[in-house]
Design a binder for this molecule. Sequence first.
Ligand code: B12
Length: 536
Amino acid sequence: MRVFLVHVRDPQFYAIPSKRRGKGGRFQVMGFPPIGIMSLSSVLKRAGHECVLFDQANPETPDEAILREVGRQQPDLVGLSFLSTTSYPYAKLLARQIRAADTRVKIAMGGVFVSLNAQLVKLQCPEVDFVCRGDGEQLILDLLDRLHDPDGVTGVTWQAADGSLRHNQSRPLTRDLDQWPFPDREGLDLDFVESMPLDVPAVLSLERFTTMQTSRGCPWPCVFCDIPIFNEGKWRSRSPEHVVAEFEQLRRDGYGSVYFVDDHFLLQPRRIEAICKGIIERQITIEWGCEGRVDSVCMQLFPIMARAHCRTLMFGIESGSQKVLDRLKKEQTLQEIETAVNNAKQAGIEIVHGFFVVGNPDETEQDMRQTFRFASKLRVDSFGFNRLCVYRGTPLWQEYVRRGLVNDATDWYKYFKCSSIDPTVLSGEEIHRIRSEELRRLILYKLVRYPGQTLTLLRRFVRYMPLRDVIYLLVKPFLGRKKGFTSAEVISRAIEHGELKSAAADMTQLADAALEHAIRESRAERARIQAVAEAE
Ligand code: B12
């Protein structure tokens, strides 16, 4: 059968297509490749199906291009894939356009957001035939076998001919992840260049870049995360041999840099040691990055990780106030954070990044300032301070439902900054004011206190980014708000994307007609910005 798989995303939100073309004329994109659809594609191809991939980071495949291809190639199934609540409005719109253009083609949706909201998505978006929950590899094969009668295909939510909503049983989680082929990295006409994971301007390199997933899930109970629910509280992993074999494949394909999208890579010492030894023995020099918890028992392995070319280690530090950490059920101490960061630096990990969140429930101004002071004490090379947001499926969402701050029936497809809805959180203006002040202080402090470390990082940026953008990154916290966009600002917005994030939050909260209007307007605006940037 012929299957289209589309990774839906706002093209300028998390990936910046450059005008540059890589080897073989492929478009270069600064951002993460869509590993979800790439994983499904290789499974489909191995089973003898035809699979065509689209990533909307590619400026050549907006909705219109996908609609044209649906008309031309008449696929049996179009699968729409996206990660987060923020992309749902775009996915819904695309599904509706496909259905309007072709009443015959079957449409499926998958990914974390739809897995956690399957019945509601099916009701709100009847154009979608199948809402697919959880791991997609075996599910999509089974679905293709039963496309016209998915009764019994576990993990699928659909509507029967009598109009009733069917929520088939969930699929038992498979522990055997080695059974799946490596993601299909050649199926997209794009070359990815490592950019800034989340808000982090921590450029690994400009080598050919890709992502890998070596494990799934994280069992810790942080109140803002829905991963334990998506993975039923379990952590599953691939064997070290399978991971190292993929590294070998990547070397053959000319990749120079990899980021692990695992929720918690640092969970099992023996596995990590075997992966690192495998990489070292085979003399693979691909540089890689990963993230994990600071209380990891794998800390003694940081030196071997560094020898195996782990260059970036990202920790979810969240706060410098123990009270806030406890409120977030982070189950980590300030001491553990310091120890992990110090050990990583001592082991020779080049970039240690700290993810922090501000605007937390019950966080006072003093707690927030303490977080910045704590960050200045830590030997982290780079840091990001995001406002806490709440998504359905997390324990925090459930708390807000109980407290009457969100309405599960009408708000399920939205997400909120906690500061917008929770009276125990500092107001948006206060957070902005404190964050700007403290960020300025933090940057100056790092420059003075750790000039060597900061200059090394800056040298790395300058190697990979235009000098004016690096300068802009540095001075931005010291500037007031400006009107209009410079091209550096377009890039920095993609790095920090504070305003885009607010716009996305607003977008998830619009009624359908207003949503379509807003998306049309924002596309027109984007086209204008692009035209200005190109003219420059
Ligand atoms: C890597 C990552 C990113 C990357 C994404 C890059 C990219 N191009 O993919 C970056 C850094 C850009 C990013 C950004 C954001 N992210 Co993020 N991200 C992740 C992370 C860690 C891994 C995703 C991944 O690659 N998984 C690996 C692949 C193989 O899995 P998958 O995509 O889920 O696909 C599988 C199944 O879902 C299924 N499937 C998927 N699609 C389909 C389609 C069909 C038809 C079928 C049958 C099956 C199917 O099959 C696949 C194989 O089993 C997840 C956590 C997680 N474990 O999912 C968070 C996560 C998805 N992100 C999250 C969030 C909140 C965000 C941001 C909003 C952050 C922010 N505040 O700015 C943005 C939003 C980006 C966007 N517009 O979607 C939340 C989403 C919560 C929610 N309910 O919305 C998550 C779950 C993290 C968390 N702990 O809460 N993210």
